[in-house]
Design a protein around this ligand. Sequence first.
Ligand code: ADP
Ligand code: MG
Length: 307
Amino acid sequence: MKIAVLSRDASLYSTRRLLEAGNKRGHIMKIIDHMRCYIDITADCPKLIYQGEPLTNVDAVIPRIGASYTFYGTAVVRQFEMMGVLSANGSEAISRSRDKLRCLQLLSKEGVGLPVTGFAHSTKDIEGVIELVGGAPLVIKLLEGTQGIGVVLAETYQAAKSVIEAFRGLNVNILVQEYIKEAKGQDLRCFVVNDQVVAAMKRQGAPGEFRSNVHRGGKVCRVKLSLQERDTAVRAAKAMGLQVAGVDLLRASQGPLVIEVNSSPGLEGIERATEIDIASKIIEYLEKQRAKQKAEQKVEQKSPGQG
Ligand code: ADP
Ligand code: MG
């Protein structure tokens, strides 16, 4: 197969590992900077142009789209889809997961366990939202934050009220969430590929820090998941329509609660912590999809004009 990794930086660990794994399995691998592709939507047949040349020779793409490039990045993935190119994750699913509110709404519809979460527009409703999540301490999150930036623990009712007022005053959208104290600054990252958890790690926040993000000084180690945790992670990825997903869970007293579903989960921390070759599992998934696509094309060719 000819597989393109959509990535802005060839030197990133995840990009390098995907390239290496694809080459090892006999594929022709290429890195494409999605921000340097431009889209031709005027012609009958949709095209993408990269470095002055139309991209015609790609069978599958693996999107590795940074949070700040979601809009353009997903437009490029959508164009590949229009061209009949397979994608490890669909453009719709990537957009869904990037918006924390949309993500949690979809998960709640599917009955996946979540911390109680509130969202309001008017500052007149702040008190109601604080009450809804059980009062302080509570967690306040920017809708499109990553790496723990924009996640605040408000320990008292007054602190919660002033932080929410401040954010709303800046016209920033935020979620207000029940604080899961018993998680003790830890969370679980479950790496899901094709409806299976292929690796999992535990992240522990730096001393005194409730956020476990590695970018905030968190440490990682391998972890054995319970059946319920596995099941929750798979159901969360499915609800988002993601075939490659990093599902983050908190171990709460009532069971695993999903806080986030990531559509471009990093490979470095988790491959190092678990010694599992996750990159190859992503390539294997694309191989299966390609075989399925070919079988479908054969059926179509045999029975033209039907269905
Ligand atoms: P980001 O997208 O910035 O990583 P998260 O929602 O994943 O934001 O939150 C960052 C970290 O904060 C999580 O990994 C977790 O350790 C901690 N955290 C988030 N929400 C809660 C919560 N409701 N209760 C306790 N800890 C939380
Ligand atoms: Mg997170």
